[in-house]
Design a protein around this ligand. Structure first.
Ligand SMILES: Cc1cc2nc3c(=O)[nH]c(=O)nc-3n(C[C@H](O)[C@H](O)[C@H](O)COP(=O)(O)OP(=O)(O)OC[C@H]3O[C@@H](n4cnc5c(N)ncnc54)[C@H](O)[C@@H]3O)c2cc1C
Length: 291
């Protein structure tokens, strides 16, 4: 089997999926798909593609059992545009190749991220890296105007220095991290799943999560069965530590559990998350396990 063409991925190629106020995710190219995963997994046996059912079963088996290398045979190249503070989180994922616009070479565009009023939230008390509850609309609007005024002032100074002939690499240094940047980013499907698992999660910052959602849409188009397996075995699963397993067993036996403090809070949060994710449509909002 030569070059693999996936119709759903072809339909997405070169289309900008808008993200935030000025950003986007664009699938530039892809290599392989579900068929390549199956083909490369079966090469060790010398057996070719079997029925759809067997191929689907194989992909689920591989993902469930962390036989990750066949997923590395599938590659995706994205062109994305995002605020610099999002790029800083994104770049921590080292298993990709990237080329970013150079602020030394190019004059940066006057494009800054401004949150929507409903995303202007208070600092969470319980999660030092999180938000909790939106500000009242008039206060949110005032915050947005403050952010905007500082962006306008910073860009005006930048433009002035550029006109004056100051080196672009210096003139840019006071531009805020809400400024948009762009890059080409290429990653294999195994490592994209790792990225998505971390950045689709509710603990990830909203502004990177929306990019993860757009890239998940592309991954699903390129390799729908692998994506289904990813959702089944990774996104939809919950990890329990050894002591949490002991606590779960005790809870199911109706015995008191040994966890306390933060450990107990984390355990209860996992159970609540699991119950909420699997609640029947007519269930009460926050179902509890029998204690
Ligand atoms: C919600 C959230 C909050 C975070 N908060 C912070 C924070 O406060 N401060 C902070 O600094 N970071 C923070 N991070 C970043 C985090 O620590 C990781 O750097 C980031 O998620 C990338 O994960 P990774 O290293 O597994 O991914 P990748 O770099 O894509 O690596 C994938 C896997 O490859 C292997 N690998 C890759 N490169 C190497 C290497 N050189 N040596 C050995 N193994 C390697 C590792 O097994 C790794 O898990 C946060 C991430 C998330 C999702």
């Amino acid at each position: 089997m030569g070059h693999i063409v996936v119709e759903a991925a072809e339909a997405l190629l070169d289309k900008e999926i808008p993200v935030l106020d000025h950003g986007f995710v664009r699938l530039v190219d892809y290599l392989g798909g579900d068929a390549r995963i199956v083909q490369s997994a079966r090469v060790s046996y010398g057996a070719g593609t079997k029925t759809f059912r067997q191929d689907r079963g194989l992909i689920h088996y591989l993902l469930k059992n962390a036989h990750t290398s066949p997923f590395e045979q599938v590659q995706l190249t994205f062109h994305t545009k995002m605020p610099i503070f999002v790029a800083r989180q994104w770049v921590r994922h080292r298993t990709a190749r990237l080329n970013e616009i150079s602020g030394r070479y190019s004059v940066m565009k006057d494009e800054f991220y401004l949150p929507l009023p409903e995303h202007v939230s208070y600092q969470s008390e319980s999660n030092k890296q999180g938000r909790a509850g939106a500000l009242p609309p008039d206060e949110a609007e005032a915050v947005i105007q403050t952010l905007k005024a500082e962006q306008v002032a910073a860009y005006a100074s930048y433009e002035k220095m550029i006109e004056q002939g100051v080196a672009r690499e210096l003139a840019r240094t006071n531009l805020p991290i809400s400024l948009y940047t762009e890059w080409y980013w290429q990653i294999d499907l195994h490592n994209l799943f790792h990225f998505l698992r971390l950045r689709l999660d509710g603990h990830a910052q909203y502004e990177i999560r929306v990019y993860a959602e757009a890239m998940a849409q592309c991954a699903k188009a390129v390799a729908p069965i692998a994506f289904e397996a990813f959702e089944e075995h990774l996104v939809g699963s919950v990890d329990f530590s050894r002591s949490e397993c002991a606590a779960l067993a005790a809870r199911l036996r109706g015995e008191p559990i040994q966890l306390e403090g933060k450990a107990l809070e984390r355990f209860e949060a996992k159970l609540a998350h699991m119950l909420a994710a699997n609640a029947p449509d007519d269930a009460p909002e926050e179902p509890q396990l029998p204690v």
